[in-house]
Write a protein that binds this ligand. Structure first.
Ligand SMILES: NC(=O)c1ccc[n+]([C@@H]2O[C@H](COP(=O)([O-])OP(=O)(O)OC[C@H]3O[C@@H](n4cnc5c(N)ncnc54)[C@H](O)[C@@H]3O)[C@@H](O)[C@H]2O)c1
Length: 449
């Protein structure tokens, strides 16, 4: 059965969600305040790189099940509204900036009465500090017939379509899980939207608002901690001559630990993990239990130190004493996105390292298959080069900082022909050191001898 759906805020999360809901057969309208983004989406052009997204976007548009608008008045008849607004880090501290979510909720509240009390469901998907859903529920619940469910999103950029259409689990946060009647009425409406996903046996977990908000914050805190854990071990390896990839491989075989998120390297970035762990810490402080998450400060610090370590290695490899010795040296950075298969450069380790080297006076050239436009917007003045061979030409030092498939597959002998001096730092531990050394490269990696 098809439902009329809106998705408010069609960024990485919202645009994929809107197209995915159309793919499930619903009648979907995406809304954003960014008119250029809305125009691109209505033209079937993806405003960001996400595998498989453009196909489902076009399919939805062609089937007349999907369209985009900037006008809240177009949402008057919608039965289920999803909130996909950004919740970035505040500029004045660690907490989340909820102003976009609040502004959208205010605009939505204006159009909700148009349904004259007919059941309307609002579903929050953004990542928010604990307590946000309850406040919003009070604000929106004042409108007759409106209910709120907090349904955090766990998609990974690069796998966003698959993760939206085939999630590991669905979490429904409700005002009062003990109020079975109200819960079932609201959850039943969301079940109808996700019917095809639920029919495949996907687990749906119903809990209170606060637990649902904490599921998302805790999941990201755990993942960030796992990455920083292996990066801390990487620092110990550097002090002892051990190889962190040996350690990670062996501990990952213990199924209580598992191999995922154990790749030591230049650390995490993007629009989620860094701001989410900081917002989680700020939230704990506000709740008077700051000590409980004090360890996340160290998780964040370890992550930041890995970026510094790459700069130190560059100084060392180029035979300089300090960063001032980098002046005029030609450095090529492979990768600008925070991870492969994405063009997202928000808090990207690769981009930050490139910028730091350039600030030190190095002649930095950065390349990336998808993220150069974003990199140029964020770091104007940084020399960008789309073609990998061209980017490598004449380099005195190469840094691999985003593990795109094509960089992992670089042939050391052929690459040597392009550069001026064969020196490379593998910031993601994806290259085979022996192969590169045998081809004449001075090879360094994080946490490896
Ligand atoms: N990107 C991810 O991989 C991911 C994964 C899981 C959860 N999340 C969470 O999802 C939320 C959105 O993240 P994102 O990466 O899509 O952010 P984004 O910045 O790409 O998208 C947010 C969109 O909201 C729009 N917007 C701002 N104010 C608006 C308003 N008043 N009305 C309508 N639209 C408005 C912006 O123009 C923008 O297009 C965040 O809370 C994030 O933490 C993101």
């Amino acid at each position: 059965m098809s439902t009329t759906i809106s998705v408010i805020g069609v960024g990485y999360l919202g645009a994929v969600h809107a197209a995915s809901m159309a793919e499930l057969g619903h009648d979907v309208i995406g809304l954003d305040v960014d008119a250029d983004r809305v125009a691109a989406l209505n033209d079937g052009r993806a405003p960001f790189h996400e595998p498989g997204f453009e196909q489902i976007l076009r399919r939805g548009l062609q089937a007349d099940r999907l369209r985009f608008t900037t006008d809240y008045a177009d949402l008057a008849d919608v039965e289920v509204h999803f909130l996909g607004l950004g919740t970035p880090q505040r500029t004045d501290g660690n907490g989340a900036d909820l102003s976009y979510l609040r502004a959208a909720a205010d605009s939505l509240r204006e159009v909700l009465p148009a349904r004259g009390g007919a059941p309307t469901l609002v579903v929050g998907k953004s990542t928010v500090p604990v307590g946000t859903a309850r406040t919003l529920a009070e604000q929106l619940g004042a409108v007759q017939g409106v209910h709120l469910i907090w349904n955090p999103e766990f998609l990974r950029e690069g796998f966003a379509v698959k993760d939206t259409l085939a999630p590991d689990r669905l979490v429904y946060g409700v005002a009062d899980p003990e109020d079975h009647e109200a819960t079932e009425a609201a959850a039943g409406r969301l079940d109808a939207v996700y019917a095809q996903i639920l029919e495949r046996g996907t687990t749906r977990l119903v809990m209170g608002f606060e637990a649902a908000e904490l599921v998302k914050a805790s999941a990201n805190a755990f993942l960030a901690t796992k990455i920083s854990f292996i990066n801390a071990i990487s620092e110990i390896c550097e002090a002892t001559g051990a190889d962190v990839t040996d350690v990670a491989r062996a501990i990952g075989m213990d199924d209580r630990i598992g191999p995922k998120f154990l790749r030591a390297g230049v650390g995490f970035g993007g629009g989620c993990l860094p701001k989410d762990i900081r917002a989680f810490m700020a939230s704990a402080e506000d709740l008077g239990v700051g000590e409980s998450l004090a360890f996340l400060r160290e998780v964040d610090a370890i992550n930041g130190r890995r970026r510094t370590r790459v700069v130190e290695l560059a100084v060392e490899l180029l035979g300089a004493e300090t960063t001032s010795g980098l002046r005029g040296r030609r450095i090529t950075v492979l990768g600008a996105a925070f991870k492969p298969d994405s063009d997202d450069v928000r808090d990207s380790p690769a981009l930050e390292v490139a910028c730091r080297l350039r600030e030190a006076g190095a002649q930095v050239r950065i390349t990336d298959p998808e993220a150069l436009a974003g990199a140029a917007r964020r770091a104007p003045g940084l020399e960008t080069e789309q073609d990998t061979d061209q980017a490598l030409r004449g380099a005195e030092l190469v840094l691999l900082l985003t593990e795109w498939g094509q960089y992992k597959e670089l042939d050391p002998a052929r690459t040597r022909e392009l550069v001026e001096v064969p020196r490379i730092i593998d910031g993601r531990n994806v290259l085979e050191p022996r192969q590169w050394r045998e081809a004449g490269w001075e090879f360094r990696a994080l946490g490896r001898p």
